[in-house]
Design a protein around this ligand. Structure first.
Ligand code: IVH
Length: 696
């Protein structure tokens, strides 16, 4: 900011009204300038004290002349100004993802699972809606009394970015719903760019010397996430609506009914969507879509199939973050051939050595691929892959590309790839236990590769979810010697100034990182367990453990006790439904290593670990209780009963013990019912259970 030399400014209490007006205008501009320098450019020009003095002066003058307070007064902005990003918006109902299938067998399994869950006969009709799976980005639009009030990206599923102003510029987003509308409704759909619009946009970008987009999906995402809505307005974006989230009144009883309502309200619904009578019709639909795919003017990567009957959808519910009532049947992988230049070994979080092919970069279905997975030692041998070979690679969905096969006669002189028996990172012995395909580094916590991978996992979204603590940051801080274990993450606050001084950082990003870390000192037990990165303890198993043991100290004590083979704690652990003896052994192994327990205790001292089963669940009469189902249930299937019980915070186990709270007995009960009687446990009929679990 250039400034002419000025006389010392008059004191606020000696200032005239005319001077005050001019001074408030000057202060507004000067403070806005420093806000930008600090928050957007990350390059403050004055000390915090000098900045505070400017704000204090502004406030003092405003206090004397309230009539002169400007619409753009700095005092209207509290503390930190918008940090150059979007505000967060919480979805009234979470936005979920979909499970994928890739072939007729996968789809048949989906249908069979649905029937099993609902207790339907194998051939019973299953009405589905098939919709092209648009390759764009999903958004959530909120309408109040028919008026579009706000819209957000999917984000992490619970909250997304507020892109309302940008969505208002898209023609196919109705500002008002046509005809009668509920008081409140969320509409979900996909924002995308047509192939033709994408090509034209890239041509224009190139002419203007701007960066090019890799594919229509990236172009749509980049265009919607613009801070200046005028840029979004200049980009040709479209929307197909395909679902309803929260609604103050039910708009229909079937999914196809939903789609009709969406059309009537003025949304574009994909015209290729079809109501299908059964799987045979679905398979025919899939084949038709795969054949027609290339001729469409927008990218699709598969077909989404949804159970049409919303009452059935309701019963089926969700598992993890995906509905049981829908699946995405992806198109076959896109393939290409290229030359394999080298084989590199990656060391994972659990020490697994994974061979990765370094490739001559090649375009596979619109994505430039330069690496592909070779899975493991045996696969390399089976496919006889050698350096210098021309190989067939493929991309299936979002997973890492894979080497499928060697495709050409190889040049002479290529040698077999010899898999090393030492870790390429730390040099420790790499062992392959008999019967396993994976060779693992035995370096454990002394292997830097494992430490870094474990820390990345620890901070990742489903674990501690620390914003800004991704793989690059973890590797950087590890290399700096600041992170040798997860507890060190919570000691980074003391290094804020050092972080800020690093290249590529700065005061704002350092502060944001420290804030993000502090925000995660309180952590639910299931996320905590998952974050530890114990083999085979994924999100689902971590949830099962957290539900079962509820409190961190109880879990810790029981796991230590379970290290003794044959102990009661070990038996109990192995009999949690979904855990089993093999996983119990994995947990016991983890707790046998004193360094792991030390790390755990170090973390526990720094964190507030929240017990499992809270909120609505905790209110349920069955929350935290251990339940066994036995005999034939009549009004629901086993999986349905189990899912419902778990959703209410109960633990479902297979075997009856004195720790069991309820034994629900269906028709033809066997030994479990007898044992329950002997132990004097509370035995419930199916009807009594339904009442207790509030299954109406
Ligand atoms: S339904 C719970 N329908 O696919 C149901 N999703 O893999 C969730 N998508 O995040 C979505 N076309 O971005 C649905 N016709 C369609 C879709 C569709 C594309 C995307 C959407 C979602 C992702 C899940």
């Amino acid at each position: 900011m250039t400034r002419r030399p000025r006389q010392a400014p008059p004191e606020p209490d000696a200032i005239s009204e005319a001077e005050a007006a001019a001074e408030l205008a000057r202060l507004a501009a000067e403070i806005a300038h420093h806000d930008r320098a600090y928050h957007q450019r990350d390059a403050p020009e004055i000390t915090d004290a000098a900045y505070d003095a400017l704000r204090a002066r502004n406030a003092a003058i405003e206090a004397r002349f309230p009539a002169l307070v400007r619409p753009d007064s700095p005092s209207h902005r509290v503390g930190a100004a918008p940090e150059g990003g979007f505000a967060k918006l919480r979805h009234a109902q979470p936005m979920l993802s979909l499970d994928n299938v890739f072939d007729p067998e996968g789809f048949a399994e989906f249908a069979a699972r649905v029937r099993r869950f609902l207790g339907l006969a194998a051939g019973a009709p299953l009405r589905l809606v098939g919709e092209p799976k648009i390759d764009g980005l999903s958004i959530n639009l909120t309408y109040e009394h028919g008026k579009f009030t706000r819209g957000a990206t999917r984000g992490d599923g619970a909250e997304g970015e507020d892109v309302t102003a940008n969505l208002r510029t898209i023609k196919s987003v109705p500002q008002r719903l046509r005809g009668p509308a509920p008081a409140l409704i969320e509409i979900r759909g996909e924002v995308f760019m047509t192939k033709a619009d994408f090509l034209a946009l890239n041509a224009a970008q190139e002419k203007a010397g701007e960066r090019l987009f890799a594919n229509p999906r990236n172009a749509a995402a980049g265009s919607l996430r613009q801070l200046d809505p005028r840029i979004t307005a200049s980009r040709p974006l479209s929307l197909f609506a395909y679902a309803i989230g929260e609604a103050s009144e039910a708009p229909a009883t079937t999914h196809s009914g939903y789609l009709d309502r969406l059309r009537a309200w003025g949304f574009a619904v994909n015209p290729l969507s079809r109501l299908l009578a059964d799987e045979a019709e679905a398979a025919a639909f899939q084949a038709g879509m795969a054949a027609g795919r290339a001729g469409l003017d927008y990218d699709i990567d598969g077909v989404v199939y949804k159970i049409d009957d919303l009452a059935l959808q309701q019963r089926l519910g969700f598992v993890g973050r995906a509905p049981r009532w829908a699946t995405a049947w992806k198109f076959p992988a896109e393939q290409a051939t290229t030359v394999l230049r080298a084989i590199r070994l990656q060391v994972g979080r659990t020490g697994a050595l994974t061979p990765v092919a370094e490739l001559e970069p090649v375009n596979v279905g619109g994505v430039l691929v330069s690496r592909a997975s070779l899975h493991n030692e045996d696969e390399i041998a089976r496919k006889d892959v050698r350096i210098g070979d021309t190989v067939l690679i493929q991309r299936a969905g979002d997973v890492i590309p894979q080497v499928v096969a060697v495709v050409t006669e190889r040049p002479r002189g290529t040698e077999n790839f010899v898999f090393p028996d030492h870790c390429p990172v730390c040099g420790s012995l790499a062992l392959r236990p008999p019967g396993e395909v994976v060779r693992r580094c035995t370096g454990g916590l002394i292997c830097p590769a494992q430490v870094v991978e474990r820390l990345i996992h620890f901070a990742s979204r489903p674990a501690f979810d620390i914003d800004g603590m991704g793989d690059k940051t973890v590797a950087e801080f590890h290399a700096a010697g600041w992170l040798s274990g997860p507890a060190d993450i919570f000691r980074l606050a003391a290094r804020e100034a050092e972080i800020a001084a690093r290249e590529g950082w700065g005061a704002l990003s350092a502060r944001n990182l420290v804030r993000a870390i502090e925000a995660r000192r309180t952590i639910p037990l299931d996320r905590f367990i998952y974050a530890l990165g114990i083999r085979r303890i994924g999100e689902r198993n971590a949830r099962l453990l957290a539900r079962h043991y509820a409190r961190f100290p109880d879990w810790r004590a029981q796991m230590l006790a379970a290290t003794t083979v044959g102990s009661e704690a070990r038996e109990a652990l192995g009999s949690i439904l979904g855990i089993g003896p093999a996983i119990a052994e994995e947990l016991a192994d983890f707790f046998c290593e004193p360094r792991n327990v030390e790390t755990l205790d170090e973390l526990a001292a720094l964190l507030d670990i929240v017990p499992a089963a809270r909120g609505a669940e905790a209110d349920s009469a069955v929350a935290g209780k251990t339940v066994v189902f036995t005999g034939t249930l009549e009004t629901m299937t086993r999986p349905e009963a189990k899912a419902r019980a778990e959703a209410l915070g109960a633990n479902v186990t297979e075997s009856v013990s004195k720790k069991t709270d309820f034994v629900v007995v269906g028709a033809d009960p066997g030994s479990k019912a007898r044992k329950a009687q002997e132990l004097g446990l509370r035995v419930l009929t199916e009807a009594e259970w339904r009442a207790l679990a509030q299954m109406t």
